[in-house]
Design a protein around this ligand. Structure first.
Ligand SMILES: [Zn+2]
Length: 80
């Protein structure tokens, strides 16, 4: 159903996003592809259970925040 098991909000909730972003630090492109695959999977699941998934809502939920979250926390820190 794509709800968070911990808080029951639509997944990925705020906490899940923090965990995901931490897991993919420095792997922004992989992160985006993984989240796109999950978006695809969620859309198929929601359609299968008879829902009428809103593509714009799902896009924002799965991908809209990924680029921002993938940026370094301190862009002034020189890369090594
Ligand atoms: Zn949650």
């Amino acid at each position: 159903m794509w709800f968070c098991a911990a808080c029951a909000h639509p997944w990925p909730c705020g906490v899940a996003r923090l965990h995901l972003a931490a897991e993919y630090v420095g792997k922004g492109r992989t992160f985006a592809v993984e989240m796109a695959e999950l978006l695809w999977e969620a859309t198929a699941d929601l359609e299968r259970i008879g829902g009428n998934p809103d593509g714009f809502e799902l896009y924002g939920r799965f991908l809209g925040w990924v680029r921002r979250a993938s940026r370094p926390a301190r862009p002034d820190t020189p890369a090594d």
